[in-house]
Design a protein. Structure first.
Length: 290
């Protein structure tokens, strides 16, 4: 089998910032990774000049890390039609995050589409389209990857049809991609365990497989269609090792980065602490294709 692009979410903090992120990814044996440009829960951001971007990319090149994905913060909600100030913040902050994504040398910004928060889903989708139309330009140097969502609460993106409605509704659909999250898709009701190819064919028919620019590889603590969105470690949930490896090693997506967002695990040296599982999980997934 050909090689795969596989890694995880990595932190970015302290004096090393992005250089530290690249070092963390390398320590896991990753050749791809994902970062937030700042805390996902707020708008506080360091100037990009302080992030040590060039040093990080030099380290990536030295250690065979080929792909960087950026994730937009959770607080961006273009679908909020109830509170205009939330929508205004979402537009302004998303525009900033796009600039930061480009400055960091990535062509992919993962975005949760938004939540209707009490309104009709159709109204939220219309406003998401309106907001994206104010931001997307034909010459933008990165794409926005709308994430498949589990359908918790009033999340938009719980179905392939909702994602297609957004993509087909904007003026620059060529700038939109999809982040396919295995836990979210399973929790939203798509049976990737018993019918992976059927689900992928359905996605292809409704959205188009060529739209997928990144996968989030997560097992699920919950059952099919639970709409819960609780990630489990690889092989420890209801999706299972075999299915997740089939996604990672799928011949139709060999050049698409796969990013782990699985929970931290207890540290055997200190039961009061937790540590990232990514080195072991990456090794297990790579072993499947060897």
């Amino acid at each position: 089998m050909s090689d795969i692009l596989l890694g995880s979410h990595c932190g970015m903090s302290g004096s090393e910032m992005f250089l530290g992120s690249a070092k963390e990814a390398a320590s896991y044996g990753a050749n791809a990774f994902m970062v937030y440009t700042g805390a996902p829960q707020n708008t506080k951001r360091k100037d990009v000049g302080e992030l040590r971007i060039d040093e990080g990319h030099a380290y990536m090149q030295q250690h065979g890390i080929k792909k960087l994905v950026i994730h937009a913060p959770y607080i961006i909600n273009l679908g909020n039609t109830i509170k205009p100030e939330i929508y205004k913040l979402a537009k302004e902050f998303l525009a900033v995050e796009i600039e930061r994504t480009i400055a960091m040398g990535s062509d992919t910004l993962v975005l949760h589409p938004g939540s209707a928060v009490g309104a009709e889903p159709e109204d939220a989708i219309a406003q998401i389209i309106e907001g994206l139309d104010e931001i997307l330009t034909g010459d933008m140097k990165c794409n926005i990857a709308l994430e498949t969502m589990a359908g918790k609460g009033s999340e938009i993106g719980r179905s392939f049809e909702e994602l297609a409605a957004i993509i087909n509704g904007v003026r620059h659909p060529e700038k939109l991609r999809v982040c396919f999250d295995t836990c979210h898709v399973f929790d939203s009701g798509y049976d990737i365990v018993n019918d992976l190819e059927g689900v992928l064919d359905e996605f292809d028919r409704i959205v188009g497989k060529e739209r997928i620019s990144v996968f989030h590889i997560n097992d699920s603590m919950n059952t099919l269609g639970s709409h819960k969105d609780r990630h489990a470690n690889i092989g420890q949930g209801n999706i299972g090792y075999e299915t997740l490896c089939k996604v990672v090693w799928h011949p139709g997506f060999t050049d698409i980065p796969k990013i782990l967002e699985t929970p931290y695990i207890p540290d055997p040296d200190d039961p009061d602490k937790k540590r990232p599982p990514y080195r072991e999980e990456i090794e297990r997934i790579r072993a499947y294709g060897s």
